[in-house]
Design a protein around this ligand. Sequence first.
Ligand code: PLP
Length: 439
Amino acid sequence: MTARAANDLDPFWMPFTANRSFKAQPRLLASARDMHYFTPDGRPILDGTAGLWCVNAGHARQPIVEAIQRQAEVLDYAPTFQLGHPLVFELAARLGMLFPADIDHVFFAGSGSEGVDSALKIALAYQRARGFENRTRLIGRQKGYHGVGFGGISVGGLENNKRGFLTLPGVDHLSHTLNLEEAAFSRGQPAWGAHLADELETLIVEHGAETIAAVIVEPMSGSAGVIVPPVGYLERLREITRRHDILLIFDEVITGFGRVGGATASETLGVTPDLLVCAKGLTNGAVPMGAVGVRGEIYEAVVNGASAPGIEFFHGYTYSGHPLAAAAGLATLDVYETEGLFQRASDMAPYWQEAVHSLKGLPNVIDIRNLGMVAAVELASRPEAPGARATEVFHRAFDEGLLIRVTGDVIALSPPLIISREQIDELVGRLADILRNTP
Ligand code: PLP
């Protein structure tokens, strides 16, 4: 065994990270409060990304911290297999009231990826329960990100995440809706692109509706670089899926909990799916948790409609409904409610839109996209070096006290919903300076 220093960076195999370059030049975060992270030497970093799209109420919020501390002393862990604890039932009921229309039953998981795989399995279980055993096909979308489980990468459409891994059979994909020629610099939902939903009709003709269980999309794609749904697109997907008796799953892992104004994107955009996956903002990122909201009819068919006694759905996780996550979730929902953060996001969105679109015309900026409190600034790629320019901007921003996120050459911004106008000006102003100085 080799001796290692306590602060050796090598043993941690970092996720979605260029490990070698990070470890040669680490960027460490030591603490956080409200809108800022702090480095080990105490340097503040303005958080332009809510961590990883999850800290919607800002960092280390006292009511959430206290709820987790209290719960750790009272009930640190309890299984939810054939047992229960009060908070998880309460959280399910609260979410049922928050989700749209009749999405009033909740299955818990430990993350967004687990939530997605759970949703896909629930969709298949529902089809089987109704006697449609042949409805097993799943339809995703190019550039979709649904986490990293085998189900999620199969319905997802990011090639780097799939290449070299086996994926599920019987999966097909719609085209994505990003088109800079038609819709660059759109403010909010682009006017162009609703017709791309009609591709679903083509896939239905090809495969037969009677073989398709569900369609899964992010109402707004986040990880692929912020792809805002064209006006009318989601409505059309909803209409086609309903007409062909196919389930529609919205992956709201990013868009849930005020990110695009409203409790969910479904609510904001006025399109209700049959299943809704969430995570991240559910606990303000403080304790890992994912959840799948389902329409009462789905629960009814799989659970109350089961022909045999005993377990109705052979699926679940050790940490489904973990007590600390449930406590964090309830405290988070309280903070959202008492501070009116969804409304705040909705009220702030026009100011945010104006601010981010002021970056138009800066060097290499080829598109700016936004929805709610999300924005993307796409940069032209350097010849032969895709992603290099945005990565340089990311490094410079961090060195200058600003956290942004980059995917390829897209800069994504999604600050905590408590951000003030002054902090928006600071974030956008500093990013503008960096863009001016990045060749
Ligand atoms: N789905 C979407 C839309 C996401 O953005 C993410 C993560 O960013 C996931 C699923 C996966 O969530 P997790 O990383 O918690 O597994």
